[in-house]
Design a protein around this ligand. Sequence first.
Ligand code: NAD
Ligand code: 0WE
Length: 258
Amino acid sequence: MGLLDNKRALIVGVASNRSIAWGIAQAMHREGAELAFTYQNDKLRGRVEKFAAELDSEIVVPCDVAKDEEIQGVFDHLDDYWDGLDILIHSVAFAPKEQLDGDYLENVTRDGFLTAHEISSYSFAALGDASREMMKGRNGSMLTLSYIGAVRAMPNYNVMGVAKASLEANVRYMASSLGPEGIRVNAISAGPIKTLASSGISGMRDFLNHVEKVSPMRRNVTIDEVGNVAAFMCSDYASAITGEITYVDNGFNSIGMG
Ligand code: NAD
Ligand code: 0WE
């Protein structure tokens, strides 16, 4: 008996075996869910197909979230395989790299701001709306990934923090929209993790070292730990949780001085 037996999950955001979405996919597969995946571009296609096969999935669809027609295309494709959808995982963020370094106001541009918000926040609303039809009447659940930079000013995170604040507000508004249809919407705010996206970031090491030093548990989180909470949040055990941001950060958000 798995937590997610008979549930079908669409996973958006696998890029490598370090991706948070990969930790979530593995936990969901272990708990009995059937999975489908998207990939951002042709460069990632083969890789994601291989990851999907490892978890007994052969549904792998392109989706650059900057393109309306690719978002719609995912659900047209999914509709051919599945008669409904129970779980949407949104694990996508992007800001132009030069925005994630130095002084916020000195570096933020109109373009950088718009891109960060489009890819990291709007895309969750767009995917949520496109999922709506297939999720109707089956206790659906949508989940996205945030970071504490949404609610505290952190060095270098800059416009991504502003976009994460928007994403967290999106969670609450989407939960209000979709609650009457029985669909829940939540976020996990994860501690820093070394992934593909984060490896090129100056100062990432400092963030990881700091959490190891001052968090109550004195260590960093793993993608498996995020995956386990994601599995619970999308299971029927979490049926009364919606519009919520759950920290999976070894308690870092709760301390004042380390
Ligand atoms: P990752 O690089 O493995 O995943 C990021 C994903 O975003 C990739 O799969 C990439 O293909 C996808 N993506 C970017 N632009 C896209 C686009 N236009 N269309 C479709 N997909 C696009 O890195 P990750 O750390 O696993 O990031 C996943 C999520 O977790 C992000 O929302 C990130 O902000 C969040 N998060 C990360 C950390 C961390 O420290 N790594 C901590 C908290 C939250
Ligand atoms: O949300 C994130 C990172 C998301 C991200 C990563 C990149 C790197 C590649 C968004 N856009 C890009 N653009 C690129 O060109 N995290 C929570 C990880 C992260 O990123 C930071 C952090 C932490 C932690 C950036 C600065 C400071 C700390």
